[in-house]
Write a protein that binds this ligand. Structure first.
Ligand SMILES: [Zn+2]
Length: 79
């Protein structure tokens, strides 16, 4: 009666991300549920996309271009 439902060896559970810590980015083992570096609870934490994903970079560039266009337009109107 001590059987615990487990996946095949090497298959991380659904709550374990494995690989890198989502909080500090440090390497973590697949079998641990807590980051050894920062103590972040890895169970139940969904993997977040990297901060510099392509949509984020595109949105940032577009936002900077929009601000730049507004500044250029304001300078052009003043002069
Ligand atoms: Zn961590």
């Amino acid at each position: 009666m001590s059987a615990v439902p487990e996946g095949p060896p090497g298959d991380p559970g659904p709550g374990l991300t494995g690989g890198v810590c989502p909080a500090c980015g440090g390497p973590v083992d697949d079998v641990v549920a807590r980051c050894p570096d920062c103590g972040c609870d890895l169970a139940g934490v969904p993997p977040r996309p990297p901060a510099f994903s392509r949509p984020a970079v595109v949105a940032t560039v577009v936002a900077f271009l929009a601000v730049y266009a507004v500044i250029v337009a304001a300078v052009a109107l003043v002069n």
